[in-house]
Design a protein around this ligand. Structure first.
Ligand SMILES: C[S@@+](CC[C@H](N)C(=O)[O-])C[C@H]1O[C@@H](n2cnc3c(N)ncnc32)[C@H](O)[C@@H]1O
Length: 267
């Protein structure tokens, strides 16, 4: 079932306005295939009633379902391992050193998907910095637009394939417990993280000052002005000596934010 050009153009505009994500003009097939289960569930034979309802802006739940259907949650534990090497070797020791006075560190994984990124940070803190951080207040906030992704992250429950993407057998044994065909993450790691649903393009809940913000592999799907607006808001809640970590294909023209440099680790 095809989307007409007008329908695709409406959806491009609508999604960008709601959540900042850009649908390219050659993604008609992708969009149609993601929305097909939605119209089938509602007993519709084509996309017109869906577009009409979205235009009416009265069906909040339907709008949420459409947004959920169009999201991509690609992630893994320790995705792009060199980022985590950088964190262990340089960024985290630097932050810990600077915060010796108030003994508090705060980290935000914005767009955390199903939680692997936030749990990777929690594992590093437990494995490598537990002694130094004894008695400290360690806050990890992990947010995503997707309610479904946040539910899985909060549950800390992963398939065999998911745990084997990025984790060694040693780490699996150390931090997970088998439960039938799934793996449950250690409660001590779960307790380190607060998971919440947040739309980076919309209103944010009050967020305390952060030492480190990871916003990886999401801004690349947004137009530059949206990206810059989000980065400027992040800059306002970053400590003046805080760090921002972007994905490998992302960059910022916002001045004054110390981005964690990955290139120097690769070379
Ligand atoms: C490709 S995943 C990246 C996950 C993780 N940061 C990583 O690098 O592995 C992108 C995530 O961004 C989330 N996302 C997309 N638009 C968003 C928005 N406006 N606000 C918050 N999260 C968003 C999606 O739900 C998805 O889970």
């Amino acid at each position: 079932m095809h989307l007409t050009r007008d329908q695709l153009e409406f959806l491009q505009h609508w999604l960008e306005e709601q959540v900042g994500l850009v649908i390219e003009s050659d993604q008609a097939f992708f969009v149609a295939s993601r929305l097909y289960p939605v119209i089938t569930r509602l007993g519709w034979n084509d996309y017109s009633p869906l577009i009409t309802k979205l235009k009416d802006r009265t069906e909040f739940m339907l709008a949420q379902e459409v947004i959920e259907s169009l999201l991509t949650h690609e992630t893994s534990f320790f995705r792009d391992a060199h980022y985590f090497d950088e964190l262990v070797c340089r960024t985290l020791p630097r932050i810990i050193d600077r915060r010796k006075g108030d003994r508090r560190i705060a980290i935000w994984c914005a767009a955390c998907s199903t939680g692997q990124e936030a749990y990777s940070i929690a594992m590093l803190l437990r494995e490598r910095f537990a002694e130094q951080l004894r008695g400290w207040q360690v806050e990890i906030l992990a947010t995503d637009l997707s309610t479904r992704a946040i539910q899985q992250a909060r549950a800390g429950r992963y398939t065999d394939v998911e745990v084997h993407r990025g984790l060694s057998e040693g780490r699996i044994a150390q931090h997970f417990r088998r439960d039938g065909l799934s793996w449950n993450i250690d409660d001590r790691l779960k307790q380190m993280i607060q998971f919440h649903q947040v739309n980076l393009k919309g209103a944010w809940p009050p967020i305390s000052t952060m030492d480190l913000i990871l916003v990886r592999n999401v801004l690349v799907y947004m137009h530059p002005p949206t990206r810059e607006r989000i980065l400027k808001r992040m800059q306002q809640i970053l400590h003046s000596d805080g760090h921002l970590m972007l994905g490998s294909s992302e960059s910022t023209s916002v001045t004054g934010i110390p981005t964690v440099s990955i290139r120097s680790v690769i070379s």
